[in-house]
Design a protein around this ligand. Structure first.
Ligand SMILES: CC(C)(COP(=O)(O)OP(=O)(O)OC[C@H]1O[C@@H](n2cnc3c(N)ncnc32)[C@H](O)[C@@H]1OP(=O)(O)O)[C@@H](O)C(=O)NCCC(=O)NCCS
Length: 192
């Protein structure tokens, strides 16, 4: 069972302008998922996933979704996580990870989706959620099953957002629409 108390305690913050408070918690039946607004048309798949697939994937252990919800269960943001792996370039491999012939791919958790409602963007919520994910995987998953990396197929627009939290581009040459990025969790100092 995932550490729900950690989930519940981590984000419950007030927005000064409207005194609204949000909770980051697992998605559940009854959540209002259809009012998330992201602005650009290219973000529509993020909205459709939340409305149509997120709860089903969550209940069936395919991918786990955590929502930023208000007291009416309206969802203003979400993050979806699933298992994955990463094949690092030779020059990006941490020195202590040797023998690439036997271990070409390394275990990772993938941020499959991450979105914050347009009206809430730029207020630190995305960063809070990302920091929560980093803490969850580093402290509650990696020590028990071995999982060294976080990965994400970023959108071009969000590359700097991830870089600010320590993510690197996997292939700096690629002109991919969704460039793969990774974070080495052992490079992030544990919290006290
Ligand atoms: C990307 C996204 C999740 C960021 O969430 P957010 O709440 O707006 O971001 P924050 O306010 O927490 O920003 C954290 C930092 O990243 C920066 N940042 C946020 N979005 C950025 C962007 N698109 N480009 C560059 N920097 C960005 C902020 O300026 C801030 O920097 P600071 O710490 O130096 O002040 C959100 O803007 C979003 O949902 N975008 C649309 C969907 C999307 O692109 N999702 C990512 C899919 S991979």
């Amino acid at each position: 069972m995932l550490p729900f108390p950690l989930v519940q305690n981590l984000i419950s913050k007030n927005i000064m302008a409207s005194s609204k408070s949000f909770q980051l918690r697992p998605i559940q039946e009854g959540d209002i998922l259809n009012r998330l607004s992201l602005g650009k048309e290219s973000y529509t798949p993020l909205k459709i996933f939340l409305r149509k697939a997120a709860l089903n994937f969550h209940q069936n252990n395919v991918a786990k979704t955590y929502v930023m919800a208000d007291e009416t269960a309206r969802v203003w943001g979400y993050v979806t996580l699933m298992n994955s792996e990463i094949i690092l370039n030779e020059n990006q491999k941490p020195e202590e990870l040797y023998d690439p012939t036997r271990y070409e791919a390394f275990p990772a958790v993938k941020i499959a989706r991450l979105a914050i409602d347009k009206s809430m963007q730029g207020q630190g919520y995305g960063k809070d959620m990302l920091e929560w994910v980093i803490t969850l995987v580093r402290d509650k998953i990696s020590p028990f099953v071995g999982c060294r990396f976080l990965v994400v197929d970023a959108k071009q627009d969000s590359i700097s957002f991830y870089q600010k939290s320590g993510f690197n581009l996997l292939d700096i040459e690629a002109m991919d629409d969704h460039p793969p990025m990774f974070l080495d969790l052992d490079m992030i100092a544990p919290e006290n």
